[in-house]
Design a binder for this molecule. Structure first.
Ligand SMILES: Cc1cc2nc3c(=O)[nH]c(=O)nc-3n(C[C@H](O)[C@H](O)[C@H](O)COP(=O)(O)OP(=O)(O)OC[C@H]3O[C@@H](n4cnc5c(N)ncnc54)[C@H](O)[C@@H]3O)c2cc1C
Length: 231
């Protein structure tokens, strides 16, 4: 969010059906206000595997559907069976997974339409297996990502070389603008050392992009969506 905020309506779906998670056999229906972590733990409670990777992502189902969020080699739409959304006229539609165009961190149908809920599928598995996968996911995140405040990964991976590794190789770890700093733990995270502004974050993002372009000829693209107005 730029420092000037958004001049307009911001929709925050929460409460009622938006937060509801329902289990029916191997299918889990979740409203877009429910948290990814809640979906992972609903899977555990129902004895379903395949959703464990969601436990450490601090986002809601709506954003995860729009972004096709992913971690640990998995992504949201590998688990999606059906999507329910509203179009710009408020008409509701349901589409099966195979009717949807889905890309890396982009689900185009949700650019103009608003998701309200989705049905996810897990696979029945022994409790120990699910607990082991949840722990492995937690451990990987704890050991490879900063605990400090951040917006998660800033850039999409530009082909086979992960963005974090590239930023590391470019010698940009620890580079900073004001209180926005490239994390020493993971090059694709910009951490806020306290009171960093959006414009400082954006200046640092531009600096990293310019260095990647000049030294490697790589055009880095942000994974995060940058919205709102400048101060
Ligand atoms: C510490 C940290 C770690 C993270 N780790 C990961 C990770 O491992 N993998 C990953 O993929 N992401 C990660 N993220 C990024 C992000 O949190 C996730 O992608 C998350 O799933 C997005 O959900 P959100 O609630 O933050 O979405 P928001 O920021 O609220 O929304 C993201 C986008 O989706 C749109 N949107 C939201 N709801 C809807 C809806 N109902 N219908 C249509 N469009 C909608 C918004 O307008 C916006 O453009 C991380 C973030 C942080 C801070």
């Amino acid at each position: 969010m730029r420092d000037g905020g958004i001049r307009g309506v911001v929709v925050h779906p929460c409460g009622g059906d938006f937060d509801r998670i329902e289990i029916n056999g191997t299918e889990i229906t979740a409203g877009v206000g429910a948290k990814l972590k809640e979906l992972a733990y609903a899977g555990k409670a129902a004895g379903l595997t395949g959703l464990e990777w969601m436990e450490g992502i601090p986002g809601a189902i709506g954003g995860a559907l729009r972004m096709n969020a992913g971690a640990m080699g998995a992504q949201t739409f590998e688990n999606v069976v059906r999507l329910r959304y509203l179009d710009a006229n408020g008409e509701a539609h349901t589409k099966n997974r195979d009717e949807l165009e889905v890309h890396y961190r982009n689900v185009p149908i949700l650019e103009q339409n608003y998701a309200v809920r989705a049905v996810f599928r897990g696979q029945a598995a022994p409790a120990e297996e699910i607990v082991r996968k949840l722990k492995a996911s937690q451990e990987k995140r704890r050991s490879s990502q900063p605990m400090a405040k951040s917006a998660g990964c800033i850039f999409k991976n530009p082909g086979p070389c992960p963005a974090g590794k590239l930023i590391d190789e470019l010698g940009l770890k620890h580079s900073r603008v004001g209180n926005a700093r490239v994390s020493e733990v993971h090059g694709n995270f910009i951490v806020n050392d306290g009171g960093a502004t959006a414009s400082e974050m954006l200046e640092l993002i531009d600096k990293i992009k310019a260095t990647a372009r000049a030294k490697r000829g790589i055009e880095l693209e942000t994974e995060v969506k940058i919205v709102g107005e400048p101060a």
